[in-house]
Design a binder for this molecule. Structure first.
Ligand code: FPP
Length: 246
């Protein structure tokens, strides 16, 4: 039996930019796909660890709208890894109550990967446990423009008045509708930027950057990030004294 650390408070929603697969592979004189394959093992381990410790929502940036510009073979390899990962994990997800969702342009994914993705989303729709969101062909600006278009067309159709548009309504038009904003963003591999990831939803998130490359980011490193999160004081614009009084 694995012993879980006691971490209080736990973030409800953790978002992760899984960076560094390519450099991890390069250090080992291997092709980039070798790094992505090792990255899938980290995905598996972190999903499991998140579920065990009691994280309710986990969002993983697996493929950005910009990633389509990568060499064709790398894109193909990533899509193949996605498909085999989902096929291999479906039973375990159902058994462990994990519900899958996709943030992003599902329609741009290759037919075979999209079909498996849609099947796993449908088959896990009633799972009551961890909500796992894979950001696939995802870009935050595109997501917000999509929301603006939806709001705009509802206004144009006379179903909505501009003064009725508030943060809650806008949030409800994003891929993350109905889910809380991330409390913690983790980015691996030393880069300190958001790369067009959840720009609206991350407004009040705590940011955690680590030099560890994604394939080396496992349970221990994940729990370390959660410990650091637990040690921070979140103020949401208030003073430290106001927060402490609560
Ligand atoms: C960033 O590393 C990683 C990606 C663009 C892809 C992430 C994909 C995986 C972890 C595997 C597939 C995921 C699933 C859910 C099956 P990089 O290639 O930009 O690394 P580099 O910055 O070192 O080149």
């Amino acid at each position: 039996m694995t012993v879980l650390p006691v971490i209080q408070p736990l973030p409800v929603h953790v978002a992760i930019i899984m960076d560094g697969n390519g450099r991890w592979a390069k250090d080992r004189h291997q092709p980039r796909l070798f790094g992505h394959k090792a990255g899938v093992d980290s995905v598996r381990e972190i999903v499991e660890a998140a579920r065990e410790i009691g994280i309710r929502h986990l969002t993983l940036y697996a493929f950005s709208t910009e990633n389509w510009q990568r060499p064709g073979l790398e894109v193909k390899g990533l899509m193949m890894l996605l498909k085999t990962f989902l096929q291999a994990e479906l039973d375990a997800m159902k058994k462990n109550g994990i519900r899958l969702d996709c943030f992003g342009q599902k329609e741009r994914l290759p037919d075979d990967a999209r079909a498996v993705l849609e099947r796993v989303i449908a088959e896990t729709a009633d799972c009551p446990g961890l909500r796992l969101n894979l950001a696939l062909s995802y870009g935050s600006r595109t997501e917000m423009l999509r929301a603006v278009r939806e709001v705009g067309s509802r206004c144009a159709a006379g179903q909505l008045r501009p003064e009725e548009i508030d943060e809650q309504l806008f949030s409800g038009c994003l891929y993350s509708a109905g889910q809380p904003d991330p409390d913690l963003l983790i980015r691996t591999s030393g880069e300190q930027r958001l790369s067009n990831f959840l720009l609206w939803q991350l407004s009040y998130a705590e940011l955690y950057f680590t030099e560890t490359r994604w394939p080396d980011f496992r349970r221990e490193q994940f729990f370390e990030a959660l410990q650091i999160y637990a040690s921070r004081q979140r103020r949401f614009g208030k003073t430290g004294e106001q927060v402490e009084k609560k």
